[in-house]
Design a protein around this ligand. Structure first.
Ligand SMILES: [Zn+2]
Length: 234
């Protein structure tokens, strides 16, 4: 029968798919992915901490500018204070000095806040750098282990590939096109036997009378309207 060859091809292809799935599920690959994610997370955190540091400095820059301005004004003011100053002038100087005191106090407060914040950031930064470096080393080690595993399976993969190519030569091109299209849509397997007694596809759905009649009449294959696989008559 025409369909036999594609079924043969599918059998080998399924072995190939299983090999690939086993590789993806392997501890080596899963750990490689987990450590890669951990490294990426830590690196992103380092970048985030860096931008928080920049923000902290830039918000402090405003306080610093006010402070520098106050220092200049105090210097100017002290030049004008002399022994002959009148009461109202002294009152003005006193008020100005109060203002500068507030600026200086604010500067000190903000500076100590900045120091505390930077201290916290620094310890987080160090911890994240450590995490990134440890995760990076383990990621590389599991990548190496996974590559070894892959190499060890390479001979089997090649063998299956040779088999597939040999069978493919005898597969009806139309069936091959149907097969490859359904594989692209993620169907594993593509061709499933039609259950004549239950009038059902392998996915369990009972097909309507239209499809049932065609299958009973000996149509070789029909796409299942439920799962998109190709039902074939055994
Ligand atoms: Zn189905």
């Amino acid at each position: 029968m025409k369909i036999d060859k594609i079924l043969e091809y599918q059998k080998v292809d399924m072995e190939f798919i299983k090999l690939e799935e086993d590789m993806r599920k392997s501890e080596e690959y899963q750990k490689y992915l987990a450590y890669q994610n951990e490294r990426k997370r830590a690196v992103e955190e380092v970048i985030r901490l860096n931008s928080i540091t920049e923000e902290a400095f830039s918000s402090f820059a405003g306080v610093d500018a006010q402070y520098q301005e106050a220092v200049k004004e105090i210097e100017e003011l002290s030049k004008h204070v002399n022994d002959n100053a009148q009461d109202d002038e002294l009152d003005y100087y006193s008020k100005q000095l109060d203002k500068y005191t507030t600026v200086i106090e604010n500067y000190e407060k903000e500076l100590s806040r900045l120091k505390a914040e930077l201290g916290q950031i620094q310890s987080k930064f160090k911890a994240e750098m450590d995490s990134a470096s440890k995760a990076g080393a383990l990621e590389k080690s599991y990548a190496d282990k996974f590559n070894k595993l892959r190499e060890s399976k390479m001979a089997i993969a090649k063998e299956l590939d040779v088999k597939k190519k040999a069978i493919a030569k005898d597969v009806d091109p139309q069936l091959m096109a149907i097969y490859l299209d359904a594989r692209k849509r993620g169907k594993k397997p593509v061709f499933v036997p039609y259950n004549k007694e239950g009038h059902a596809c392998a996915c369990g759905i009972e097909v309507d009378t239209n499809i049932r009649d065609k299958m009973d009449a000996g149509v070789p294959y029909i796409e299942c309207p439920n799962c998109g696989r190709i039902m074939y008559n055994k």
